[in-house]
Design a protein around this ligand. Sequence first.
Ligand code: MLT
Length: 412
Amino acid sequence: MAQLNSHYLKLKAGYLFPEINRRVKAFTDSNPEGAARLIRCGIGDVTEPLPEAVRTAMHKAIDEMGTRPGFRGYGPEQGYEFLRRAIAQHDFRSRGLEVADDEIFVSDGSKCDCGNILDIFGHDNRIAVMDPVYPVYVDTNVMAGHTGDADERGLYSGLLYLPCNAENGFVPAIPAEKADLIYLCYPNNPTGATATRAQLAAWVEYALANESVILFDAAYEAYISDPAIPHSIYEIPGARRCAIEFRSFSKNGGFTGVRCAYTVLPKDLECRDSTGSKKPLHPLWNRRFSTKFNGVGYTTQRAAEALYSPEGRAQVAALVEHYMGNAAILREAATNSGLATYGGTNAPYIWVRAPEPFTSWAVFDKMLQEVNIVTTPGSGFGPAGEGYFRISAFNSRENAQEAARRLSALKW
Ligand code: MLT
């Protein structure tokens, strides 16, 4: 009989968001009135329509594809040259950062990239993750067999957890022990925290000293408004030799339904092979793309390119401003209710401490039942998230204002 991948059996019951959906469905099925009033501040999914520059570029690309000379079949798996160049130029070179066009790999999402990247690493690496953490980093390592079982708190043996809390500003301290792969996410999902230049520099120094690789998730980079906060790990000298960066068009261009993202894998980045000799990772990632991926569709890549046009940039700025306006409204409501509130100033997530003795799921249920607001329970992001809940600012202004009113009226 064929054998399954038994590492999957170690995964906890459900991925966080399907579990939230299950509870919301149970509530709405039995409560039509509550269902009609429901405001979703749970999953960080964009709500505002696609920017005009994107739609225009997609229409044009579709029309092109409808002509014999403009038709395209399989494209380059790593992305069309026009998009790789636009990304490298606008997101990096124009900011003084050295990134070549062919160090950009265009994909269908950062969630996929964060999981797929494990293909090019060995199985004996010591993996470090922040706690709380975007669950994909942990679950993909579980699936790949890089962990033992989870304990009763949900911590997997074999992983090095880096606690993030209010005391350390949700930026983990540099560990005393060695980790080979380190996942860092800034601006952070779920806490909305940002890391300073000095904090990222300390991590780069650690990675270079230990021959580690930092997997830097910068999906929320567009939400940084403080000029002192780095947008990219490559702003830190030496990072090209120790870091892979993940970026997405989901949260800036509103592409959660369109699907386009990219990784930056510098050619200077080397790891050791089984004989101990150093080899660059870039050819491996390139090979993986050629073998396991057919590339992102032409129309989508033209849409992503349009985000870098003057109109596209202005429209992205307006979207970011809209969501950050929501964040300010929601953050203020939570703070005025006497709750300790974090994030929400350079990130679209507000991380809120629930009053004692509420657990994260107890808050989730209370908010759902009493004020019909869907949030995300902090414990779903790891044990250090227990007692917290996350409010997403991705919403219409009307919904954000109404959610703020209900939050203010909630009796704890
Ligand atoms: C979240 O809510 O944490 C995000 O939407 C998840 C994602 O981007 O995959």
